[in-house]
Design a protein around this ligand. Structure first.
Ligand code: HEC
Ligand code: HEC
Length: 175
């Protein structure tokens, strides 16, 4: 049932995109910002400041309260000091909140929220129940391979992660 629904969703998305392709500029036809499964919103400060050590993780994968907690503790960020000036920090937080999993705007966000305890504010996408379940099939040993490093290194497997693309067609687990 799940797969059937997903199949229909994919077909519908493909249909919509190919229709849009005739009428919209290239960026919109690719679905940037307009894809409601995994939206690809953009913000200059976020892109610049949050992609220097790792991928700028899609905002729709954590709820607002998680982003607030994370942005309020940047000086002690997973063992790094990722502190920012207050204006930049506030701008990025506004952007993350506006596009968070619980803003209701994306199907991906709904999936993440469905599996999250009401009051949970995880700091890691990789520790959300959604993530763990979705990556069930990934062999445990793969996470710690040298070529991967950690589950947080999305781009090791998702070849177009930098562009915000995480679909099945662009995944390959490296040796
Ligand atoms: C100075 C380096 C640095 C900067 C800058 C930085 N981070 Fe991180 N971030 C890290 C490290 C290190 C980790 C842990 C990675 C790991 O476990 O492999 C991390 C992890 C994360 C995680 C959890 C990933 C997971 O496991 O799901 C999130 C979310 C995150 N960062 C968001 C941000 C945001 C938002 C910004 C911009 C405001 C940012 N980071 C800027 C170093 C940085
Ligand atoms: C070791 C490789 C690996 C890493 C690292 C990894 N993934 Fe994945 N991911 C996969 C595989 C394989 C699938 C396909 C699972 C399936 O469809 O059964 C997947 C599926 C997904 C999907 C679902 C795509 C869809 O079409 O439903 C999303 C979203 C996703 N990953 C996001 C992430 C994010 C975000 C990160 C980093 C925080 C990450 N992944 C890290 C291997 C990885």
């Amino acid at each position: 049932m799940n797969y059937l629904l997903r199949g229909i969703g994919v077909l519908a998305a493909v249909g919509t995109i190919s229709m849009l392709a005739f009428s919209l500029p290239a960026s919109e036809a690719r679905g940037d910002g307009g894809d409601d499964l995994m939206p690809r919103p953009a913000n200059k400060n976020w892109q610049q400041e949050c992609s220097s050590c790792h991928l700028a993780y899609p905002p729709s994968l954590l709820p607002k309260a998680s982003w607030q907690r994370l942005m309020n503790g940047l000086d002690q960020h997973f063992g790094e000091n990722a502190g920012l000036d207050p204006a930049t920090q506030a701008d990025i937080l506004r952007f993350l909140e506006a596009n968070a999993a619980d803003n209701g705007g994306s199907r991906m966000g709904k999936r993440v929220m469905q599996r999250l305890d009401a009051k949970a504010t995880p700091l890691r996408i990789t520790e959300t129940a959604w993530f763990v379940r979705k990556h069930d099939d990934v062999p445990r040993t793969a996470w710690s391979r040298k070529s991967v490093g950690s589950a947080a290194n999305c781009a090791a497997c998702h070849r177009q992660a930098e562009q915000g693309v995480f679909d099945d067609d662009t995944v390959r687990i490296p040796k």
